[in-house]
Design a protein around this ligand. Structure first.
Ligand SMILES: *[C@@H]1O[C@H](CO)[C@@H](O)[C@H](O)[C@H]1NC(C)=O
Ligand SMILES: *[C@@H]1O[C@H](CO)[C@@H](O)[C@H](O)[C@H]1NC(C)=O
Ligand SMILES: *[C@@H]1O[C@H](CO)[C@@H](O)[C@H](O)[C@H]1NC(C)=O
Ligand SMILES: *[C@@H]1O[C@H](CO)[C@@H](O)[C@H](O)[C@H]1NC(C)=O
Ligand SMILES: *[C@@H]1O[C@H](CO)[C@@H](O)[C@H](O)[C@H]1NC(C)=O
Length: 418
């Protein structure tokens, strides 16, 4: 009891009394989302008879703008690392890991990042060897195959569905689409998104998903948002019909609910995110590489944040719940007293994305300090590293689940450089 109290006091003193000027940045591990891409869903013509903007490439591919903008984010991060004296010149190859999912948008984002952040340093992107498979590390599926678990998840998804209220959002979207004139109304008799129920879709080996109005609305709003980020004329963003922030908020609520229902699952996020969590905690435990960037998807950021139980935070100047190009940045600092964790969500605002200007200390992306429930932070945002590593208990929980988790070999760098 007494010993526990002393340890507790030391932690309090250590985290409150940090002299931030004497802190040294020792390790950076980022979990990021790829940059601006073409809309994910093809065949949107079904949902409106108005002319849809054409894209140069197929669905879900990084655009040229996305490639350029990821470079700007990398420049910004690299300037920050320089200000912390993190690397001297080019890093040693072993000090850096840039690892991307096998989708072209994640690979290309990672390449753009590597080339800009470590310019002329010949840092290559690592990936799972078989490029025609979604890397199991990033695949947001359930690993516990028991009926009981599936039932538990299905119930939570259904509860989220029953709690969501998209009445106004659907009405606004229907109006923008003029859905009554669309094929979906004329041929499939869905003339009002509020007239049907969304269903959950839960199949082994597949991402938890939805079917019905939420699926359709999410696909359409995704296309609007990407057109907006891409910087297309407003006449090519929802046919010029989104004129107010309130309208964007209504529409963005759709993609937020889609993420919430599918991945923000109290009962499932630890399971879904388990391969990534193992991989990341292995890097934290080893203390190397010094710098790691994992490039995945919004589903990865969502499930990892949910599994680690971060406190809710305010996401400013963005309408996406997990903004494109955004990165959750785990930072390890040390001073004479000990080691600390700071976690920031660094992401570009909607306006920065649309404007497409370079980022710098004069045009900073958002940097939101995050706090883990299990590791309270000091006023300046630090919590004791040792407390953070105790969250490894999450991994004990996962380990107890044994063979049903097909964790990949963790320290082996896989695949050929891109
Ligand atoms: C399509 O490609 C052309 C030529 O490369 C480019 O000028 C144009 O901006 C691209 N449009 C879009 C929407 O990506
Ligand atoms: C770049 O790195 C690769 C291995 O990662 C190596 O094969 C190649 O020779 C390097 N190129 C230069 C110019 O250093
Ligand atoms: C790569 O994955 C595809 C799709 O699952 C599969 O058909 C193919 O055999 C795999 N290739 C190798 C070399 O394993
Ligand atoms: C849903 O929200 C609308 C306002 O946007 C409200 O009028 C309606 O009563 C709500 N429906 C339910 C079931 O809470
Ligand atoms: C799978 O989930 C069920 C229901 O939550 C749980 O009782 C069981 O322990 C889990 N199995 C594994 C291997 O984690």
């Amino acid at each position: 009891m007494a010993a526990g109290f002393i340890v507790f006091m030391c932690i309090v003193v250590a985290s409150k009394g940090i002299d931030i000027n004497s802190l040294k940045l020792e390790q950076v591990v980022m979990l990021g989302r790829h940059n601006v891409r073409t809309p994910l869903t093809e065949g949107l013509e079904m949902y409106s008879s108005k002319p849809w903007p054409k894209w140069n490439s197929t669905a879900g591919v990084l655009t040229e703008k996305g490639l350029r903008f990821e470079g700007y984010i990398a420049d910004y991060i690299s300037q920050w690392l320089d200000s912390e004296d993190f690397f001297e010149g080019c890093p040693q190859k072993d000090d850096v890991l840039i690892y991307a999912n096998t989708k072209s948008r994640t690979l290309e984002s990672a390449r753009a990042f590597a080339e800009s952040a470590f310019y002329n340093c010949n840092i290559s992107v690592q990936h799972y060897a078989n490029l025609s498979q979604f890397d199991p590390l990033f695949l947001p599926v359930f690993h516990n195959k028991t009926e009981a678990f599936k039932k538990q998840i299905a119930e939570e998804m259904k509860r989220h569905l029953s709690e969501m209220n998209l009445t106004e959002s659907y009405a606004e979207l229907g109006r923008i689409l003029n859905i009554e004139e669309a094929d979906i109304c004329k041929k499939l008799f869905l003339c009002d998104l509020n007239s049907q129920q969304t269903e959950i879709v839960l199949e082994e080996g597949e991402e938890p998903n939805v079917n019905g109005p939420l699926y359709i609305a999410n696909a359409v709003v995704d296309a609007f948002i990407m057109s907006y980020y891409e910087g297309r004329p407003m006449t090519e963003v929802a046919w010029g019909q989104i004129e107010t922030d309130r309208q964007w908020d209504l529409l963005a609520k759709i993609i937020t609910e889609n993420q919430n229902i599918r991945f923000k699952l109290e009962s499932g996020a630890k399971d879904i995110a388990s391969p990534l969590l193992r991989y990341m905690f292995n890097i934290f435990n080893d203390g190397k590489p010094k710098f790691a960037l994992l490039v995945g998807h919004d589903s990865n950021l969502n499930s990892v944040l949910t599994a680690l139980e971060f406190k809710p935070f305010e996401r400013k100047l963005q309408f996406e719940p997990y903004p494109i190009g955004g990165k959750i940045v785990f930072q390890k600092y040390s001073d004479k007293m000990g080691q600390y964790l700071k976690v920031e969500y660094i992401y570009p605002t909607t306006k920065q994305l649309r404007g497409g200007d370079e980022l710098s200390s004069n045009n900073e992306p958002q940097r939101i300090i995050l706090e883990l429930k299990g590791c309270p932070i000091s006023p300046t945002g630090y919590c004791p590293w040792s407390e953070f590593l105790k969250l490894n208990e999450i991994l004990d929980y996962l380990a107890a689940s044994g063979k049903s988790f097909h964790a990949q070999p963790i320290t082996t760098v896989r695949g050929d450089p891109l």
